[in-house]
Design a protein around this ligand. Structure first.
Ligand SMILES: [Zn+2]
Length: 73
Protein backbone atom coordinates (compact mmCIF):
# COMPACT_ATOMS: atom_id res chain seq x y z
CA UNK A 1 0.00 0.00 0.00
CA UNK A 2 1.26 3.43 -0.92
CA UNK A 3 1.80 5.75 2.00
CA UNK A 4 2.55 9.45 1.92
CA UNK A 5 3.52 11.89 4.63
CA UNK A 6 0.88 14.46 5.45
CA UNK A 7 2.23 17.86 4.34
CA UNK A 8 0.58 19.44 7.34
CA UNK A 9 1.48 17.28 10.31
CA UNK A 10 3.84 14.78 8.74
CA UNK A 11 1.83 11.74 9.74
CA UNK A 12 2.02 8.80 7.39
CA UNK A 13 -1.25 8.33 5.65
CA UNK A 14 -2.42 5.89 2.98
CA UNK A 15 -2.76 7.35 -0.49
CA UNK A 16 -5.36 4.99 -1.86
CA UNK A 17 -8.91 5.56 -0.70
CA UNK A 18 -7.96 8.69 1.17
CA UNK A 19 -10.32 11.50 0.27
CA UNK A 20 -8.17 14.01 2.12
CA UNK A 21 -4.95 13.17 0.38
CA UNK A 22 -2.30 14.22 0.40
CA UNK A 23 -3.36 15.11 3.94
CA UNK A 24 -4.05 12.61 6.68
CA UNK A 25 -7.40 14.05 7.66
CA UNK A 26 -9.97 16.69 6.89
CA UNK A 27 -8.54 18.76 9.70
CA UNK A 28 -5.09 18.94 8.18
CA UNK A 29 -6.59 19.70 4.81
CA UNK A 30 -8.63 22.58 6.21
CA UNK A 31 -5.64 23.92 8.09
CA UNK A 32 -3.64 23.98 4.91
CA UNK A 33 -6.48 25.56 2.96
CA UNK A 34 -6.93 28.20 5.66
CA UNK A 35 -3.23 28.95 5.64
CA UNK A 36 -3.31 29.27 1.90
CA UNK A 37 -6.25 31.67 2.00
CA UNK A 38 -4.64 33.65 4.76
CA UNK A 39 -1.54 34.17 2.72
CA UNK A 40 -1.40 37.24 0.60
CA UNK A 41 -1.99 35.53 -2.66
CA UNK A 42 -3.15 38.15 -5.09
CA UNK A 43 -5.79 36.39 -7.11
CA UNK A 44 -6.82 38.53 -10.07
CA UNK A 45 -10.55 38.68 -10.57
CA UNK A 46 -11.79 37.02 -13.72
CA UNK A 47 -12.77 39.47 -16.40
CA UNK A 48 -15.78 37.62 -17.78
CA UNK A 49 -18.67 39.40 -16.14
CA UNK A 50 -21.25 38.06 -18.53
CA UNK A 51 -23.81 35.78 -17.00
CA UNK A 52 -26.13 33.60 -19.00
CA UNK A 53 -29.56 34.82 -17.98
CA UNK A 54 -31.08 33.08 -20.97
CA UNK A 55 -31.13 29.75 -19.21
CA UNK A 56 -33.74 30.86 -16.67
CA UNK A 57 -36.38 31.34 -19.37
CA UNK A 58 -35.51 28.05 -21.01
CA UNK A 59 -35.92 26.19 -17.73
CA UNK A 60 -39.36 27.71 -17.18
CA UNK A 61 -40.48 26.63 -20.62
CA UNK A 62 -39.29 23.11 -20.01
CA UNK A 63 -41.16 22.93 -16.71
CA UNK A 64 -44.42 23.98 -18.32
CA UNK A 65 -44.29 21.88 -21.43
CA UNK A 66 -42.72 18.85 -19.81
CA UNK A 67 -44.37 15.80 -18.36
CA UNK A 68 -48.02 15.87 -17.46
CA UNK A 69 -47.91 13.20 -14.82
CA UNK A 70 -50.86 11.38 -16.38
CA UNK A 71 -51.31 7.66 -16.41
CA UNK A 72 -52.21 5.77 -19.51
CA UNK A 73 -54.93 3.36 -19.22
ZN1 LIG B 1 -1.99 15.50 9.00
Amino acid sequence: MRVVACPQCGAETPWEGNSYRPFCSERCRLIDLGAWLDEKYAIPAPLDDESADDEAGTAMDAARGGRNGRHDG
